[in-house]
Design a protein around this ligand. Structure first.
Ligand code: ADP
Length: 481
């Protein structure tokens, strides 16, 4: 099938979180299954800094979008470890900025261009997609555009749209005036009228209303977002569309996250031979300037420092853990000031036990997954979560809150049956987190139990090759008969 895959993030070109990983891995897996996938991505400033081989594919096209005239050229680059073409929308006026996402006054226009340009590029190339696969709010206008402003073009006659929700907490809500500013004034009647009456519009909701199918990134999250508690105001619309809403778990990209061939690691290892894992721990501790003390577990965290990630529980649970048990902690992350201040203070107070690295580093993320003994991810909500899957694959049992994709991938260790691959607390409170941390650290002392947990995680099937079939089945089911 022909798939036009549109995303605001595609690793390694542009990534702030899991969307970037999936934006690369899913197209790569679809390509491996024989489909003609083309990716469309904005050409952010950081892509020019990245030393990629970019070539001009389409000379400037000028679009009249609302009152603006916006020109863009299309560059082409190949997705690493594949032959999937990535079409980069070069528009310095909108994308030559330090960050992928901004709070700037034209944010709606920045991503509206992504929607317009994706379909214009398909036209220019004569590429007739069977599926336009949109991802998150930044691409939420595509389903409506296909049904309205691009409906005249027979190229899209058989095109169906899929919108994947990677995180419903971000909806792209703007003042209602944005509708005409993004060039969709003539379709204003198609936008949600109650929202309009309240003076706002939402990219995500527009996508949910018009996509032929909606997916999200785990079965549990697919159920959760239909509830008031997790739907962030969109639960009612999702319940109305539940017959076309599917939860498909993300996979992990075997080319990037595999301890047997990870290029970021000083020592590679496998479930059959874990000796390299100890060497990675030694290298990690040395890099962090923490003492290497045999028998003392090292807890790893790699995360955006955001409310969603459940870090508020750490304020109480981590100091208590350090008082009660001998452990070390490494945290890699950046984000909200109050979390940065908390981890900085903890590292300052416990310099031999805690290291806080306040930045984004892909190589260090890999080394932490490999070199830590256990991985902490107490998310308040988690659509899928990739880090807990990476830690399973790297023999680093995860400690998680039972929510979303964490609930679908991590099973509580049961010493009687020998089943389970991590530690899971049910109630989102410090008591729950303290229990799970204590249980993990205590279990670590029994090397037999621990090695069983590690093996249970490392031997699980976490790759994309299985998941991709669910997307293929969905695409096929949508095709006109
Ligand atoms: P989310 O998409 O909500 O951030 P996920 O667990 O789905 O959460 O994906 C997070 C991705 O971002 C992982 O690949 C993780 O390694 C990466 N990541 C997050 N913070 C950092 C950081 N500070 N440095 C390097 N990688 C990071």
């Amino acid at each position: 099938m022909n798939v036009l895959f549109v995303s605001a993030e595609v690793a390694p070109f542009a990534k702030t979180g899991g969307l970037g990983d999936v934006g690369a891995a899913l197209p790569r897996a679809l390509r491996a299954a024989g489909h003609d996938v083309r990716i469309v991505l904005p050409c952010y400033r950081r892509i020019f800094e990245g030393n990629y081989r970019l070539k001009l594919l389409i000379p400037p096209i000028t679009l009249a979008i609302g009152q603006s005239r916006i020109s863009f050229e299309t560059l082409e680059v190949t997705l690493p470890d594949s032959d999937v073409p990535v079409y980069l929308i070069r528009c310095p006026r909108l994308y030559d900025r330090p960050n992928i996402y901004t709070g700037d006054a034209d944010e709606h226009l920045r991503f509206a261009l992504l929607n317009w340009a994706a379909l214009r590029i398909a036209q220019q190339l004569g590429f007739a997609p069977d599926i336009v696969h949109a991802n998150d709010w930044q691409t939420g206008l595509l389903p409506l555009m296909l049904k309205t402003v691009f409906a005249w073009d027979r190229l899209f006659e058989n095109t169906r749209s899929v919108l994947t929700i990677h995180n419903i907490g971000h909806q792209g809500t703007f003042a209602a005036s944005a509708i005409s500013e993004v060039g969709l004034g003539m379709t204003a009647a198609s936008f949600h009228q109650e929202h309009l009456a309240e003076g706002r519009m939402s990219f995500m909701l527009t996508g949910l209303l018009y996509a032929n199918a909606i997916t999200t990134v785990s079965p549990t999250y697919a159920r959760e977002i239909q509830t008031v508690e997790h739907g962030v105001g969109l639960d009612g619309f999702l319940r109305q569309r539940r017959d076309v809403l599917f939860g498909i778990l993300n996979g992990i990209d075997d080319a990037e996250w595999n301890p047997t061939k990870d290029r970021h690691l000083p020592a590679r290892y496998s479930a059959d031979d874990l000796t390299g894992k100890a060497a990675n721990k030694a290298a990690l501790l040395q890099q962090l300037r923490l003492p290497n003390r045999p028998g003392v577990p090292l807890i790893g965290m790699v995360t955006r420092l955001a409310w969603q990630k459940g870090l508020d529980l750490c304020f109480e649970a981590l100091p208590a853990l350090f008082r009660q048990r001998d452990v070390q902690l490494v945290v890699l992350g950046s984000g909200e000031a109050k979390y940065e201040a908390f981890f900085a203070e903890l590292a300052h107070r416990l310099p031999h036990r805690v290291a806080f690295i306040n930045r984004f580093s892909e190589p260090l993320a890999h080394l932490i997954e490999a070199g830590s003994d256990m991985f902490l991810m107490p998310s308040r909500y988690e659509p899928c979560g990739l880090n807990q899957m990476y830690s399973l694959a790297y023999g680093t049992p995860p400690i998680v809150h039972r929510t979303g994709g964490l609930a679908d991938t991590v099973r509580q260790w049961d010493p009687r049956s020998g089943e389970g691959n991590g530690f899971v607390f049910d109630h989102f409170d410090a008591v729950g987190l303290k229990w799970a941390l204590g249980a993990a650290v205590d279990t670590y002392r029994s090397s037999r139990a621990w090695s069983r947990i590690v093996q249970n995680g490392m031997r699980a099937e976490l790759g994309w090759s299985h998941r991709v079939r669910e997307y293929e089945d969905l695409y096929r089911a949508l095709a006109p008969s």
